[in-house]
Design a protein around this ligand. Sequence first.
Ligand code: MGD
Ligand code: MGD
Ligand code: SF4
Ligand code: MO
Length: 701
Amino acid sequence: MAEKRIGVCNLCEAICGLELTIEGREVIGVRGNDADPLSRGHICPKGVAIADVYADPDRLKRPVRRVHGGWEEIGWDEAFDLVADNLARVINEHGDDALGVYLGNPNAHSLGSMTHGTAMFKSFRTKNRYSATSVDQLPHQLVAHLMFGHQLFLPIPDIDRTSWFLVIGANPMASNGSLMTVPDFPNRARELKARGGRMVVLDPRRTETAKIADEHHFVRPGTDAWVLLAMLHVLVTEGCPEVASYVDGLATVVDLVADFTPERAEAMSGLPAEEIRRLTRELVAADAGVVYSRIGVSAGPWGTVCQWAVNCLNVLSGNLDRAGGAMFTSPAIDAVGTGLIGRGHHYAWRSRVRGLPETAGELPVSALREEIETPGEGQVRAMLTVAGNPVLSTPDGSRLDGALRGLDFMAAVDIYVNETTRHADVILPPTTALERDHYDLVFHLLAVRDTARFTPAVFEKDADQRHDWQIFREITLRTTARLERKAPLKKRLVQRARLTASPTFLITQLLRRGSSGVTMKKLRARPAGIDLGPLRGGQLPARLPSKGKRLDLAPALVVADVARLAAVDVPTGDELLLIGRRHKQDCNSWMHNSERLTRGRPRHQLLMNPDDLAHRDLADGALVRVTSRIGSVEVEVAASDDLMPGVVSLPHGYGHAREGVLMTRSREVPGVSINDLTDPELLDVSGNAALNGVPVAVTPA
Ligand SMILES: Nc1nc2c(c(=O)[nH]1)N[C@H]1C(S)=C(S)[C@@H](COP(=O)(O)OP(=O)(O)OC[C@H]3O[C@@H](n4cnc5c(=O)[nH]c(N)nc54)[C@H](O)[C@@H]3O)O[C@H]1N2
Ligand SMILES: Nc1nc2c(c(=O)[nH]1)N[C@H]1C(S)=C(S)[C@@H](COP(=O)(O)OP(=O)(O)OC[C@H]3O[C@@H](n4cnc5c(=O)[nH]c(N)nc54)[C@H](O)[C@@H]3O)O[C@H]1N2
Ligand code: SF4
Ligand SMILES: [Mo]
């Protein structure tokens, strides 16, 4: 007998509500849940494929240990002891920093990771903590910390009410939005137009989003900072705005942007000066306008300056904290206001080898390889990775791959033997989305509308499966028990109590502490979700997390980096610049095992402007060699006039055909890893990798 169940998709930040049809232990249908107040019935091809993860025969369900020539299933107890023995041994022999940890993207999409994973990582006192943050949104977090006082107090574009929307380095038509939880972007963009609003896109590629926008302009990769500073320049010279009494630093901003003229921005970026002036005037004149930028910019050489400039534009055009502008959410569980997530800090310590700064307790992942390979005190000798694939996801992945082989010990909490976890001695696989309860602690915080939703597990887990929170609990308790240098008893007892409570219990408690009126009982009665309404304006300065409730427009770190930017000359080289790409049917490095997402026309090619091909006597479809300072790959090229001349694009998350990867279908998916070309030396001031705008040469293979 088929039954309907409500589920949730955790594959991207859009957190769509699902309606599943199940028969016994099988999913026979997946559609969007029309009753969901946030996602309104939206679903994308990946949402349907969530059933493929659940049913994938390659997915691990029980722990495995590496033995000569393969893997052997072992019991949970043995697996936990093996991990705890080895982690504790390395820490006892070589110190706390000898353990390295890497947290991948799906951690943000798992409740158990947010509640119990964070507790586990705190219990390890290592400075060698890394995550996907530093190949992604680190500049956003650093800037929010510096300007507003909290790394996750992030302004969200109020897309449902704005009349002028500037999108820079983001492709929500493919990505479904990021640091802007916006399920159903296509319809929301359509509604924006229907009410007379405009959407403008700046991107070196005419993307799916650019194609539905009112206007698209090419910008040379890595040069957005000049454009944004020129917009600020225009804004403050054509009638300097007044700012609210809680805002500091306007005079410094005016000084900083004085020499960043639109003409200079044109020379750097290719975007005409007159267009920069017009766009700025449109932003200022709009009933409600908002500037939004994402990974094309944050994972670039000037990510921090850019995110800062975006915030300044929203503040100085009067659009921060007002309807239709850049707004702050009021989630039922306010992980920022309650201090559940810390404010963040920067430069509290540096990486051992290159002296790169930590942010909020993490070092840039671009430093991980050298921290494993460079001998000396504090060298990383054991790794624990959780839901991550840094071999494909981080710069110079192939060399990191080699470094992982040299570790004394590696454990992974992951559901696949992928390019990274194949190096583990033990893999501990947790349950996945359909088998666990979910409440979104992260993405309600970043959503374009305030809603709350609790989704109980669709399927009960098998008796011999474990949830990730149970895995984190066991690793923590067993490892800390074996450490020679123990935390104080009181701390350990608190830790034990916290780890023993289930995530669902913790959420129930946290809801009680909030003032939204949402309770677990109400959420269970309305599984589609509870609507708390559009984002609320006029919340500042009361909700500013900074001490003294001030907003700092001119943090010293940014001021210094703008000075560095001012000294950069117009580039003269004729190298091509490599940028990344996302497709609707891809999910970072890991959904390529799904047949329904990978059949059809291949999409792994290097995209290149036809003129650039002609200059090099290359034919569309030819096999080419792409070479950067770091390495070279061979891949088919496809002509596309959607690419700005001088720019080439490869998707990330490809290149699975490596020895030992146990993902049957993925291994047959053609393509190479873009991160065999990206450079760990190319960094933003925050330490975020500059993955976009990497100089490359393209020659016949
Ligand atoms: N050049 C270039 N590189 C990039 C990017 C780019 O745009 N260009 N984008 C960057 C960005 S934004 C990100 S976020 C990173 C992503 O990089 P990572 O976070 O390192 O990797 P993912 O591809 O997300 O891999 C996630 C892994 O988690 C496992 N997994 C899936 N679900 C679960 C679960 O519920 N629990 C556990 N324990 N494991 C699970 C999967 O098997 C997979 O191996 O890549 C970055 N790399
Ligand atoms: N389908 C799908 N959805 C996803 C993911 C996925 O892998 N697949 N990953 C999820 C994750 S982890 C994240 S972080 C988000 C990211 O969400 P988005 O930021 O929307 O991601 P992208 O589609 O990579 O968009 C980046 C855009 O920046 C452009 N770009 C590159 N370099 C530059 C530059 O120098 N300047 C400018 N102005 N633009 C530039 C690229 O051409 C691209 O269009 O997507 C999430 N959603
Ligand atoms: S947009 Fe697609 S992948 Fe993202 S949450 Fe919705 S269904 Fe899942
Ligand atoms: Mo990401």
